[in-house]
Design a protein. Sequence first.
Lengths: 248, 375
Amino acid sequence: MKVLVPVKRVLDFNVKVRVKSDQSGVDLANVKMSMNPFDEISVEEAVRMQEAGTATETIAVSIGPEKCAETIRTSLAMGIDRGIHVKTDAEVEPLAVAKILKAIVEEEKPELVLLGKQAIDDDSNQTGQMLAALLGWPQATFANSITKDGDSLTVGREVDGGIQTIKVSLPAVVTVDLRLNEPRYASLPNIMKAKRKPIDAKTPDDYGVDISPRLTTLKVAEPAGRTAGVKVADAAELVSKLKEEGVI
Amino acid sequence: MDFSLTEEQVMIRDMARQFSDSELAPYAQRWDAEKSMSRGVLEKAAGLGFAAIYTKAEHGGSEMGRLDAALIFEQLSRGCVSTAAFLSIHNMVTWMVDAFGDDELRARFVPKLAAMKMIGSYCLTEPGSGSDAASLKAKAVKDGNHYILNGTKAFISGAGFSDVYLIMAKTGEKSISAFLVEDGTPGLSFGAQEKKMGWNAQPTAQVILEDCRIPVANLIGAEGDGFKFAMAGLDGGRVNIGACSLGGAGAALDAAIQYTGERQQFGKAISAFQNTQFKLADMATELDAARLMIYRAGDMIDKSDPNKSSACAMAKRFATDAGSKIANDALQLHGGYGYLADYGIERIVRDLRVHQILEGTNEIMRVIIARSLLR
Ligand SMILES: Cc1cc2nc3c(=O)[nH]c(=O)nc-3n(C[C@H](O)[C@H](O)[C@H](O)COP(=O)(O)OP(=O)(O)OC[C@H]3O[C@@H](n4cnc5c(N)ncnc54)[C@H](O)[C@@H]3O)c2cc1C
């Protein structure tokens, strides 16, 4: 089974996010960028599938500026076989990403596309679902466990009430949740090996995809700051305060 | 002149940082308090290639350079100075066996050392021989297919914990040789654990050799070459220990930046006082200068620059002095809280102090630098 793993370069999860003063977006100048943590999990899963013999080839794809090659390289150091970098400096929305991925799927013919359930920058949680719709493939989102049996996958999904287990036939799109696995660190020898693995450079035009945005961002603002609290002496005072505030 | 790291070096640094943040930092305080070292975490580190950083790939080495090693030790020591420094010593052993041992010795020891299934200690210092290392007294006498070792090694990191001891001993009036003595060899014993100011997450004790008989095959390289090997390891060891000071100091500086932003006195954050700001600015400046010197010294070893030894001595002296000062300043900025173990700063101060003493004292660094100036 050939596995395609899209990886996104995002603001590192440790970075304190700052909104640009003109409220046009988040300040990305001079901040540390890393692979989307959910994508680290899909990369890990793909590598484990390959180690277990269920995956025959693993390919990482990233869409975005020059530096996305570093994100692909990180996945190669974790064990992915090769990369495809679709270069663009433009803003790409989930639909545009899904369209490019669809074109890549048609070219590479993987049986499984393994994505993070969402990216921690925009938290859209749309790409996997859109891709499945465009391809007409079954989808299993928020995967907590994945096992292959024959021509289908059994996927445990994280839902509000617990774990829902579903069976999807291949080819399929699966998006992964945080508890699926614990991603490995790339070892020093594997970092050096990654240097020699190929990354194909492409552009959205190569796939004939129009990536122009369908959405307009009106304004990006920080969440309202927390206001100061008050200390209460006992439960009775707490209840009366809550009543005063109209909470209960 | 290009001061930027390569893409691989950035990945190496980031990976070491992640490992340090999640596998070392959360436990450093406990290891210090309990005076314990974890084999598990060392083996995990080895799994990433950290136990054989600048060792050839043939027997499992990572084949990195000395600048790469500096990047790694800096990041690891952010999480736990003592564990990072111990790994540096183990790397010295792995490298020395791999670089100078014959094929048979390398095949016997390097794979295990690289995986840290076997942990190595480096034994040069003796009770009567510290800075003047060549004056060591331990003796090895050949007896048929064996050497018989006698002597006492002092201040040995990992003594009683490690699986193999790399021993420098005299094989003649002017001849020093390097041997591997495995734990459990009759005649090998250890002194009581030393009670120390810092580096508590690793044991230190004497290594005692009494008619300790080892096979001739455990001689590293040729008889009489041991001191040459020791000298060959010095420059890199100094870069490593300097890098460990960078990491400890960097962590202390970051903690001070965070703390002074949160702590309120006189109605404002203490970072609003200009003294605090200037102190932080000086700490960051000193740290940057130290980092530049350490990275450059590592690069000079990688390029076999003729002036590397003097540059390594300068970098070690500067970075270990600066590291201790920065950590101490970070403690001061924390006020009384800095003196408490829970804040983690006093541990860094205690751990970094010894870097000014070992891998050659900072006075010996000045001797080396002055010698290169006046030759
Ligand atoms: C925690 C710890 C762990 C250690 N781990 C190891 C280890 O694993 N393996 C190992 O082999 N060793 C180890 N050492 C030993 C360390 O390398 C020595 O302590 C160091 O080399 C200094 O030797 P010394 O303590 O005998 O001091 P001395 O050499 O006696 O020095 C005492 C003082 O005199 C000064 N001095 C000496 N000579 C000169 C000179 N020519 N000019 C000016 N000043 C001079 C020194 O700078 C110092 O200030 C460790 C030490 C410590 C504290």
